[in-house]
Design a protein around this ligand. Sequence first.
Ligand SMILES: [Mn+2]
Length: 342
Amino acid sequence: MTGATPERRAFHEFLARHRRFLLTTHINPDGDGLGSEVALALWLRASGREVAVLNDSPVPAAFEFLTALQAIQQFEPALAEQRFEQADALIVLDTSNRQRVGRLSPLFDRHVIPIAVVDHHVSHATGFGQVNVIEPEASATGEIVYDLIREAGTPITREIAEALYVALITDTGSFRFSNTDSHAHRMAADLLGHGLDPQRLHIQVSAHASAGRLRFFGEVLTRLEILEEGRLAVLEAAPEQFERHGLVGADTDGLVDMPRSIAGLEVVALFSEVEPGKVKVSLRSTGRVAIDQVCTRLGGGGHPHAAGVMLRGTRADARARILPELHKILAALEPAGRGSAA
Ligand SMILES: [Mn+2]
């Protein structure tokens, strides 16, 4: 906990000034965006506020259980108009730029609604809200929400703890990724003290694969390429494979993390041609190099060790834009395991 910064104080004042809140997060929401929304909604409701949650995209099956704690609605034009009319303030969570909220974005201006942003993306240059709590050192947006709740002195209920735990395990890869620090572990320990069942939550979040998704993973992994002297793993998925297995772009979640277990590997690149001419690029670093610049330069975003960008063109086009950049990054790297003097 970094203590109440001026931005956090401004956020608490923002909450105090308004009564009816609308919450949203990025397109194709993950457990951090959704868990943060639910925790914040429960907190605001406990403080006597009205809250609605509306996202561009549907809630993935893995996180559907969170909607038992707080209704989460999907964008539909008439509903969105109604939600913006009813709200007197908007809070955008886990979203590094305005476009990432999808179809809700045009309504921001039309409804002249005051906006607060809570996010932890390093690529989040300037906040697009009147109030911006942007803390790249936080492993998850849920970690910032947790700090804010504690600063407000609101009791953390089991439901709030569950939503925040889902946010935390999503963005830290269940405490495996390099962003997992002592604050994340202390937060987890505190949340466990509020009566949640971590094993049940891990199962609810992870056990949602269809047989088709696993076969798709198998097909893609069979063609795993190892480049850059064993330091780069490249995966490709073709539109035909998405279609044959009945999958969409969000179904590749977790696939890019699988090659991380290969000894000596530094970077994984996944090129998913979700539909012909549309390639979702996902990059992961196992910890020694930062790869977010490669994506932000092309209009994407992310964190130093997990980033992505959507590119127009074929998989070959996308490879031609990404792989030379990764080559440069890896060429500048000291050999691993030699106890580098610097
Ligand atoms: Mn996040």
